[in-house]
Design a protein. Structure first.
Length: 91
């Protein structure tokens, strides 16, 4: 109930009973895990072997300029035209 109050949760009595039982099961399982002898097991960040799945970094042709600018709202001299984000007095 204290955690629910800290989180500003409004729980019904039935929800409190349900969640209390579930939390108790989780804590019991955590306590059971604490009893296991893990001294012979090295610390690890992942149980899976690490491998990179990146493709080779090979240059590829870029988009033709007309294709890249085809959906632009405004274009001047083959450049995208966008509205200023900051006004001129903020710098």
């Amino acid at each position: 109930m204290h955690i629910a109050e800290l989180a500003r949760l409004q729980l019904t009595e039935e929800e409190i009973e349900l969640y209390a039982g579930q939390l108790s099961q989780v804590l019991d399982y955590a306590a059971e895990l604490q009893t296991l002898d893990t001294d012979a097991i090295p610390p690890t960040a992942s149980v899976l072997p690490l491998r990179n799945v990146m493709r080779p970094d090979e240059p590829q042709p870029g988009l033709p300029r007309d294709v890249a600018l085809a959906n632009a709202a405004r274009v001047i001299d083959y450049q995208f035209v966008v509205d200023a984000v900051l006004d001129s007095t903020s710098g």
